[in-house]
Design a protein around this ligand. Structure first.
Ligand SMILES: Nc1ncnc2c1ncn2[C@@H]1O[C@H](COP(=O)(O)OP(=O)(O)OP(=O)(O)O)[C@@H](O)[C@H]1O
Ligand SMILES: [Mg+2]
Length: 412
């Protein structure tokens, strides 16, 4: 069977590649039809470093999903991450000439487009432009300006761009399996769509998706995405620390981390059996040593997140605190330690919002891929991603229309 109204999300992660297929149900809800999850290959910290190997994993994941959904996949929404992704704050403006002139969607689109001028050079490509606030005649607010009267409209945006070559490699890895890349979505935005509640998105929350090679951040406020960032650190570093700390192979350290790792100590008497060095007999070490290693790394990740927020001008965490997701956030005690260190509300986000999802996929590691399926219905107010930069204006105008139906929200 060929694809008709089905939506497909492909998350090419550092550790696993996942393809999900869903079909819109009767009330606009999505039902999961099939999935294909395989170990990734050829990626480092979210970026493809070996196209052939990465493409093979993508192909295997797509074929598995096709088999389980019983259809042939022709196009997909694909997640993007990696250290090459950058977000820059910009402003654009437009003069509203004429008597009794009100702001129209195309004015907003023009101001947004102007904010992108000169942001990227030939080596980068714009992925999203996120309008964060507007000013009418110099008064800044996060409201929807359409329909209001004024003489000058200004908009502040976050322009999110990625390196052209990395994006081309990702696209090629998917296209080699005969699948067209319909849209590219920054991964933490997708994760947020899957794990956040409507009130978190409105009141303000930070999503931190800690995967194998990256920590992806997205701030949601006033039902908009107001900040994004990618840090090149993830669960693989936790594993490396254990391997170094206990002198053991990476695969053993990974097993110990996943089966016995904890971010907060249990009983001080607890002991842990670890393989001997160079074929010698197994040793026992206190469990708290494992906890100490993991705790240090969790603290470092949280510190880096805080520093990145501060750098972008966010001194305080938003009202709803932080929702952690991604595989590395599954470590028992992670939320407890993070809440203690951040002194803010913290929870672990599991993907939601799609029907017929087996329990194995209601897992923080699948937040991004589930969110890619939900992207279709969630062009967050004014967020857009131009595939063809020449069509920027038409694209923005279309997206900005969603502002008209959006709820108006107060100042940040
Ligand atoms: N129970 C667990 N405790 C601790 N870590 C875990 C647990 N389960 C999985 N992980 C870790 O989660 C990481 C993988 O998470 P995830 O699947 O979200 O990453 P990814 O999407 O492949 O990578 P990225 O998003 O960085 O490109 C691995 O480092 C893995 O060891
Ligand atoms: Mg991921």
């Amino acid at each position: 069977m060929v694809m008709n109204r089905e939506v497909v999300g492909i998350d090419v992660g550092t550790t696993k590649t996942c393809t999900l297929v869903a079909r819109p149900g009767s009330q606009g809800s999505l039902e999961l039809l099939g999935c294909g999850v395989v170990p990734s290959d050829g990626l480092e910290k979210g970026t493809i470093v070996d196209l052939h190997r990465a493409a093979e994993a993508v192909r295997a994941s797509i074929r598995e999903a096709e088999k389980s959904a019983g259809l042939s996949i022709s196009s997909a929404v694909v997640g993007v991450t990696g250290g090459n992704v950058m977000a820059i704050s910009r402003q654009g403006s437009v003069e509203l000439r004429g008597a009794n002139r009100t702001v129209r969607p195309d004015d907003v689109a023009t101001a947004v487009r102007r904010s992108t001028v000169g942001v990227v050079n030939g080596q980068q490509r714009i992925l999203h432009v996120l309008p964060t606030s507007y000013a009418l005649d110099g008064r800044w607010a996060s409201y929807d300006p359409v329909g209001l009267r004024g003489e000058q409209l200004e908009v502040e945006t976050q322009v999110v761009a990625g390196e052209v070559h990395s994006i081309q490699n990702l696209t090629a890895a998917v296209e080699r399996a005969g699948v067209r890349v319909k849209e590219l979505v920054l991964e933490p935005i997708a994760s947020g769509l899957a794990v956040l509640t409507p009130s978190e998105k409105t009141d303000g929350v930070l999503v931190a998706d800690i995967g194998g090679g990256t920590t992806n951040l997205a701030m949601f406020l006033g039902n908009r995405v107001t900040f994004v960032s990618v840090l090149p650190i993830g669960g693989n570093q936790f594993t490396n620390d254990i391997a170094m700390g206990f002198t053991m192979p990476h695969v053993t350290a990974e097993r110990i981390k996943v089966t016995q790792g904890r971010a907060v100590a249990g009983s001080y008497q607890e002991m842990l059996e670890v393989p001997g060095i160079g074929g010698s007999a197994p040793r026992t070490v206190p469990h708290w040593e494992l906890v100490r290693i993991l705790r240090e790394r969790v603290e470092e990740v949280l510190h880096l997140v805080g520093a990145r927020l501060k750098q972008a001008g966010w001194i305080h965490l938003p009202a709803s605190g932080v929702v952690f997701t991604g595989g590395a956030a599954k470590m028992p005690g992670f939320d407890q330690l993070a809440a203690q260190i951040l002194d803010a509300p913290v929870r672990i986000g599991r993907p939601n919002g799609i029907y017929d999802v087996p329990d194995e996929l209601r897992d923080p590691a699948f937040a991004t891929c589930m969110g890619l399926l939900l992207w279709r219905d969630n062009h967050m107010n004014g967020t857009y991603l131009p595939h063809d930069q020449d069509n920027l204006l038409a694209d923005v105008t279309q997206r900005v229309r969603s502002l008209l139906s959006g709820v108006l929200h107060g100042k940040n």
